[in-house]
Design a protein around this ligand. Structure first.
Ligand code: PLP
Length: 274
């Protein structure tokens, strides 16, 4: 094999999912599939399988920051994403490094709670995320409950596409250049009659787009958010414009959901080689 030249590099700062479906594992698989050299700064080890999160072991903030520093000072990254950050101390430490290396292409997936209900971000850390991390983000990708938490709204405040668009505009005012509010959680109760899944992208100079994809009826959707934000990051590392990167990432995730595998006895995971 000959060496690659001119390759794109992406760093993920996120938690490990021992079950392989979400977190760092989903990120690295996605980056690999999209032809990008993936690197990681681990924030926490989760004890996890298809049945849920059975334990969370956070790393010291300095250990997280040191990994990012080691990567950025030597290999470099064309784009960076953050996933599970767990505490305000980790958020502060990571932001210090990202600031020092003037990281511009930063995707923030504001991971808060796993599908099974386990907390992946302490409640006290939301304020640090809003104050420190969001202003540095090129794009932030909340689902509906996360968008409500970022805005300090009640959990049921976002009910339709109009609410999603309002929330996207309001989150933009917190600093990120683009906001993608993901609508996957809306209409879950009507899953049997649902035909599409809509996300709202706001940003740039007055850009507002409703991005639609076919709704794929499967319960094996573990890792969807991680995969989407990793794909956006990989496409940005390759130099695609933001709207193109988001559309490409949505397409990648839709295919990965269509080929999802029923890993274990609970909620299975996406198949990343889509
Ligand atoms: N575990 C880790 C380490 C994660 O980063 C995430 C991502 O959001 C999850 C679990 C949650 O995945 P899901 O909500 O799809 O179960």
């Amino acid at each position: 094999m000959t060496g690659q030249t001119g390759f794109a590099r992406a760093l993920t700062v996120a938690g490990s999912d021992s079950g392989g479906g979400a977190g760092i594992q989903a990120d690295l698989k996605t980056m690999q599939e999209l032809g990008v050299f993936g690197m990681s700064a681990l924030t926490a080890v989760t004890v996890q399988n298809s049945l849920g999160v059975h334990g969370v072991h956070p790393l010291e903030p300095a250990a997280v920051a040191d990994q990012a520093e080691a990567v950025l000072s030597d290999i470099g990254a064309d784009a960076v994403k953050t996933g599970m950050l767990f505490s305000s101390e980790v958020i502060e430490a990571v932001c210090d490094v990202l600031e020092r290396y003037a990281v511009r292409r930063l995707t923030v997936d504001p991971v808060m709670i796993a599908k099974g209900g386990a907390s992946l971000l302490r409640a006290e850390a939301v304020a640090a995320m809003v104050r420190r991390l969001l202003p540095m983000a090129e794009i932030v990708t909340p689902n509906v409950p996360e968008a409500c938490a970022l805005l300090g709204l009640p959990e049921d405040a976002i009910r339709d596409e109009t609410d999603m668009a309002d929330a996207a505009r309001q989150i933009r005012l917190l600093g990120p250049e683009y906001v993608l509010v993901k609508g996957g959680h809306l209409g879950e109760t009507e899953a049997e009659t649902r035909t599409e899944c809509a996300d709202v992208l706001a940003g740039g100079s007055d850009l507002l787009r409703v991005l639609r994809s076919p709704f794929i009826p499967t319960r094996h959707t573990h890792g969807t958010g991680c995969t989407l934000s990793a794909a956006i990051t990989a496409y940005r590392a390759r130099g695609l414009a933001m709207e193109e990167a988001v559309r490409g990432a949505k397409d990648f995730v839709s295919k990965a959901i269509a080929y999802a595998v029923p890993t274990g006895g609970g909620i299975g995971s996406l198949w990343h080689a889509a």
